[in-house]
Design a binder for this molecule. Structure first.
Ligand code: FES
Length: 122
């Protein structure tokens, strides 16, 4: 039987790779300055390597799509690309998994309603 060692946290005062010298605590992102993208027209701060979902969560946004049938709110659930609850529209392209796509400066991210193709059915 395969055994997996539990991860341990660094002791108090220990510098993490992501936080060392970057001026940003935690997050597990790469080096470099922060930037902004927009979500429904509002600026959202992000760090290099941070997924859209992580940046939206950091900004306090927990829901960015509605379900096709009842219009119920959804956001990130699995955060590994499996559940598709986090679908969002990015630069006009619907059905992008926000948990997998790294944020990029000046991306235009918008709430996705249902299938994200409402404009194509008219
Ligand atoms: S949160 Fe499940 S696919 Fe993105």
């Amino acid at each position: 039987m395969r055994r997996i060692r539990a991860r341990t946290s660094p002791g108090p005062g220990a510098a993490t790779e992501a936080g060392a010298g970057s001026g940003v605590e935690g997050g597990g992102t790469g080096d470099g300055p922060g930037f902004e993208f927009t979500f429904d027209g509002r600026p959202v701060a992000a760090l290099p390597g941070q997924s859209l979902a992580a940046a939206l969560w950091s900004a306090g946004v927990l829901s960015w799509r509605t379900t096709r049938v009842n219009g119920r709110p959804r956001g990130a659930f699995c955060s590994i690309g499996t559940c598709h609850d986090c679908l969002v529209t990015v630069n006009g392209t619907p059905n992008i998994r926000a948990c997998l796509l790294p944020a990029v400066p000046r991306d235009r991210v918008t709430t996705q309603e249902g299938s994200g193709r409402a404009g194509l059915h008219e």
